[in-house]
Design a protein around this ligand. Structure first.
Ligand code: ARE
Ligand code: CA
Length: 500
């Protein structure tokens, strides 16, 4: 199902990567609702392995959460009780919860006695996960996977990709009625708590037919949690399709939306100067991407911001803030896909031969490895090791922009033949971006009513005054736009609700 079950005036989700449930509930109430966020993607809620030094020095990596041990909801983010409380509190302020679901596999190989976050035991040698329970019969075995390692060795072979182990992770057989039943039970439990949708992790590694069979047996969203009668869970599937492999994202669009990884890669290339912004005029289907209504789009995700997954060094992240804010602003202004904003924590990189040796580093935590609550600074930004891109003014003000212009199309495209672009959104919002190494100085058609507007990138509209730049739109709809390449931000944006 492709509809995020969002309130109609809220069009953006934020991934609060590795946040605790209590902190997410607070964030819904004190910030996300006020700023018009539609929902939150939360880290996997299912009990996972406690990864303590799988290799020397690696302690509690973020990726341990992608190795489930059971379907109990007990993780470093909190307990089942805290999870339910979060869903209730966020729903109460109109912010949806979308869960990251690891359904393709359980853990990799671990020594016996390795603990799990909810206290469950498991045995990887015999493929026993008694707390579900799953046993060896529930996994794809030698009959299905013929590679010598038992792992995926060739992405050119669709059978391997679906039936062999992804990096050694015990591969569940979603073709089995029993496994389907356990997965459906889990998803329906979450639905009963008021969860509005799911990210299906590693969907490329599951057969579309199996996912369809599972999705079809989900319950409607509960009316007693405020959903309209007949509402179905939103589904977006993680399928990395940059072309060149037999498995495509298009195979999955019948079930729900699909992560469009080309989007962030192409924008990374454009803003890093490997392509020109003028070509973004028809960004979307015209670039060989999925139909807008089938796409879930983002600039970076928790994998490719640290060199996992896809996109390589073209991906933009918080580490290149000026380019990143420009790309996010473009994404939020551009009518394509359902958009996701990344919200990260900071870690010190240690790049050796082009690879970050610290790509495993988990979230900010105390001496007992409990995740730390983000602190909130006076200027709305985060502290205590949390980056909170979603609390950068240039980003949350563009969230509002997207909500305001929702339902309009793009018009009045302008470019300078290089990397200065501008466009308007159906009489409701205007944006200009300068990624050339010289100033933008132009009188441009804006499509907005005449008046004075506050630029929402350099400041805000406060007490009927602009704290940043202001722009005057004349009776002909034209405005003089001045945006130097030397400024902190390479964007000017305003909309009908930023008018003085
Ligand atoms: C960890 C260790 C491994 C170890 C394994 C088992 O790093 O060394 O063998 O545990 O003990 C995340 C991490 C993995 C981690 C895993 C489990 O990224 O490093 O393994 O958690 O803890 C492919 C998949 C795609 C996947 C990416 C990362 O197709 O689905 O790889 N992304 C999701 C999540 C990840 C998560 C998993 C899946 C697993 O977003 O966070 O892994 O649940 C080409 C292909 C892509 C392929 C890509 C990278 O681009 O087209 O399909 O993506 O290469 O291989
Ligand atoms: Ca599989």
């Amino acid at each position: 199902q492709h509809d995020p079950n969002n309130l109609s005036d809220r069009q953006i989700m934020v991934h609060l990567f590795e946040w605790k449930w209590n902190d997410i509930a607070d964030e819904c109430e004190r910030f996300l609702s006020k700023m018009g966020f539609a929902g939150v993607q939360v880290s996997p809620p299912t009990e996972n392995v406690v990864a303590w030094e799988p290799t020397p020095g690696v302690k509690r990596p973020w990726w341990e959460r992608y190795q489930p041990v059971s379907y109990k909801l007990n993780t470093r983010s909190g307990t089942e009780q805290q999870f339910q409380d979060m869903v209730n509190r966020c729903n109460a302020v109109g912010v949806r919860i979308y869960c990251d679901m690891v359904l393709n596999h359980m853990t990799g190989d671990w020594p016996s006695g390795t603990p799990a976050t909810g206290g469950s035991s498991f045995n990887t040698g015999s493929k026993d996960y008694p707390a579900v329970p799953y046993s060896t019969y529930d996994f794809n075995g030698r009959d299905k996977c013929s590679t010598s390692s038992g792992n995926i060795e060739n992405y050119g072979d669709a059978n391997q990709v679906r039936n062999c182990q992804l990096v050694g992770l015990k591969d569940l057989n979603q073709g089995s009625d029993y496994v389907r039943g356990k997965i459906i039970e889990l998803l329906n439990r979450l639905i009963s708590y008021g969860v509005a949708g799911f990210r299906f992790d590693a969907s490329k590694h599951m057969w579309p037919g199996d996912l369809k069979a599972i999705a079809d047996r989900l319950n409607n969203l509960p009316t007693d949690k405020g959903f309209p009668a007949g509402a179905r869970a939103f589904i977006y599937q993680e399928v990395i399709d940059l072309g060149g492999e037999p498995i495509t994202g298009a195979e999955y669009v019948g079930i729900g939306r699909v992560t469009e990884f080309k989007y962030g890669k192409f924008l990374g290339e454009a803003f890093r100067g490997r392509n020109q912004l003028k070509y973004l005029k028809n960004f979307g289907e015209g670039w060989g991407m999925l139909a807008s209504g089938n796409a879930l789009v983002f600039i970076d995700n928790h994998d490719n911001q640290r060199g996992h997954g896809a996109g390589g060094d073209m991906i933009l992240t918080f580490r290149v803030p000026k380019l990143y804010k420009m790309a996010v602003a473009y994404m939020l202004a551009w009518p394509y896909g359902f958009t996701r904003v990344m919200s990260s924590y900071y870690w010190e990189q240690n790049i050796v031969n082009g690879q970050d040796k610290n790509d495993w580093v988990g979230p900010p935590s105390d001496s007992n490895w409990n995740i730390i609550t983000p602190t909130i600074n006076a200027d709305e930004t985060c502290g205590s090791g949390w980056v909170c891109e979603h609390r950068w003014r240039q980003i949350y003000n563009m969230v509002k922009f997207r909500n305001v212009v929702h339902g309009t199309t793009m018009n009045d495209w302008w470019d300078n033949g290089n990397n200065q672009i501008a466009f308007c959104r159906g009489g409701k919002g205007f944006i200009a971006i300068n990624n050339d190494n010289y100033p933008l100085q132009q009188s441009l058609q804006t499509c907005l009513p005449s008046g004075t507007y506050c630029d929402v990138i350099s400041g805000d509209l406060v007490n009927n005054q602009c704290t940043g730049k202001s722009i005057t739109v004349g009776s002909d709809g034209k405005a003089f736009i001045s945006l130097s390449n030397a400024e902190d931000d390479g964007v000017i944006a305003f909309h009908i609700q930023s008018a003085i």
